[in-house]
Write a protein that binds this ligand. Structure first.
Ligand code: HEM
Length: 283
C-alpha cells in the first residue's frame, strides 16, 4: 500500500516538474546565454568593449589603485612637474581644482601633443573660452560671457538702472543661462577625465590653493576669440521679451499722452515713469 502511495507521489512530482516549464538550471543557462550574446554584440558594435563602453570604477584596476592610495594633493606650482616632460612621471592635469591622471593620453598631452597646454596645470578657463594660449588658468570668473549674446551689455558698461526693466530681465536670464552652460562644460570635461567616456583617465586628487587669493584678483576680460564667438543677439528674437518691450513702450506712450492731455497729471506721470522704468537706453 505504502509502495503504491510512493509511486503515486513520485508520479505527481514528475508531473508538477513537467508543468512548471523550465527549471532553475535552465533559467540560469538562458540568462548566461543572453549575457554572452549581449557581450558579443557589444564587442562587435563598440570594437573593444564587452560592456557597451560602460566601465564602472570598480572594474578599472588603475582607478581602484588610485582610490586605495591617499589622494594626490599638489599646489599649482608643483602640478607643473607632471606636464609630460619627465617621462618617468605620470601626466596630470587639473580641472576646477580636481587633478586627473591622463597618462593614457600621452600622445595628446605630452610636449608636442595638441593639448600639451592643458598638461601640468589647471586650465579651467580655457576649456570654457577655447583660448588655450592666454586662458590656460584656473580662474574662470567672467568666462560665462563666452555664452552671453552680444546684445547683452556687460555690468561694467551699463548698470542695471541704465536699462529698461525688460532689458534688465533679459540680461539676468542670459547671464543665468550662460553660467549653467559653464557648469555643463566643466561637467562634460570632468566626465572625460574621470574616464567615463572610454579613455583610461582617472581622478587622483586635488589642487591645494587659497580660493580667497584668486577672488582678490581683478576679473579678466573675455579673450578676443571668445568675444568673437559670443552668440548672436537674441532679444528681438525672443517672443517673451518682444511682448514685454511692446507693453513697456505702450505704457511709456500712455504716460506721454497723459502728460500732454492733462498737464496736472504731468508731474505724477513723470514720477511714475521714473519709478517704473529708470532709463530708456537701448542695449
Ligand atoms: C573650447 C574649445 C575646445 C576645447 C576645450 C577642447 C578640448 C579638447 C581636449 C581636452 C581634448 C583631448 C581629449 C582627450 O584627452 O581625449 C580634445 C581633443 C581633440 N580636439 Fe578639441 N577642444 C576644443 C575645440 C576643438 C576644435 C575647435 C577642434 C577642431 C578644429 C578640436 C579638435 C580636437 C581633436 C581632433 C581632438 C582629438 C585629438 C587627438 O586625439 O589627437 N577641438 N579637445
Amino acid at each position: 500500500m505504502a509502495e503504491k502511495k510512493e509511486t503515486k507521489s513520485n508520479a505527481a512530482t514528475s508531473k508538477s516538474e513537467d508543468n512548471s516549464g523550465i527549471g532553475v538550471v535552465d533559467a540560469l543557462r538562458i540568462i548566461a546565454g543572453l549575457l554572452l550574446i549581449n557581450c558579443i554584440a557589444s564587442y562587435f558594435v563598440t570594437g573593444d568593449s564587452i560592456t557597451w563602453n560602460y566601465r564602472p570604477w570598480w572594474i578599472r584596476p588603475k582607478v581602484l589603485a588610485a582610490r586605495l592610495r591617499s589622494p594626490v594633493i599638489l599646489a599649482d606650482g608643483d602640478l607643473f612637474h607632471y606636464d609630460g616632460r619627465n617621462e618617468s612621471l605620470p601626466i596630470y592635469l587639473a580641472l576646477n581644482g580636481t587633478i586627473y591622471d591622463v597618462t593614457a593620453g600621452r600622445r595628446i598631452y605630452a610636449p608636442g601633443g595638441p593639448y600639451n597646454k592643458f598638461a601640468g596645470r589647471d586650465a579651467t578657463r580655457a576649456y570654457i573660452t577655447g583660448c588655450f594660449k592666454e586662458d590656460s588658468i584656473a580662474d574662470y570668473r567672467g568666462a560665462e560671457w563666452t555664452f552671453v549674446p552680444t546684445d547683452v551689455p556687460h555690468f561694467m558698461d551699463k548698470f542695471d538702472e541704465d536699462l529698461s526693466e525688460t532689458k534688465r530681465d533679459y540680461r539676468y536670464e542670459m547671464v543665468g543661462q550662460a553660467l549653467e552652460e559653464v557648469d555643463k562644460t566643466i561637467a562634460h570635461w570632468a566626465k572625460v577625465f574621470r574616464g567615463e567616456t572610454g579613455k583610461d583617465y582617472f581622478e587622483v586628487g586635488y589642487v591645494q590653493r587659497n580660493p580667497g587669493l584668486m577672488a582678490m584678483l581683478p576679473i579678466r576680460p573675455l579673450c578676443a576669440a571668445a568675444e568673437k564667438k559670443r552668440p548672436k543677439p537674441k532679444f528681438d528674437k525672443t517672443a517673451k521679451y518682444r511682448r514685454a518691450e511692446r507693453a513697456e513702450q505702450a505704457r511709456r506712450q500712455q504716460l506721454e499722452y497723459a502728460k500732454l492731455t492733462n498737464p496736472a497729471l504731468s508731474e505724477e506721470a513723470e514720477r511714475a515713469a521714473a519709478a517704473g522704468n529708470e532709463g530708456h537706453d537701448e542695449i
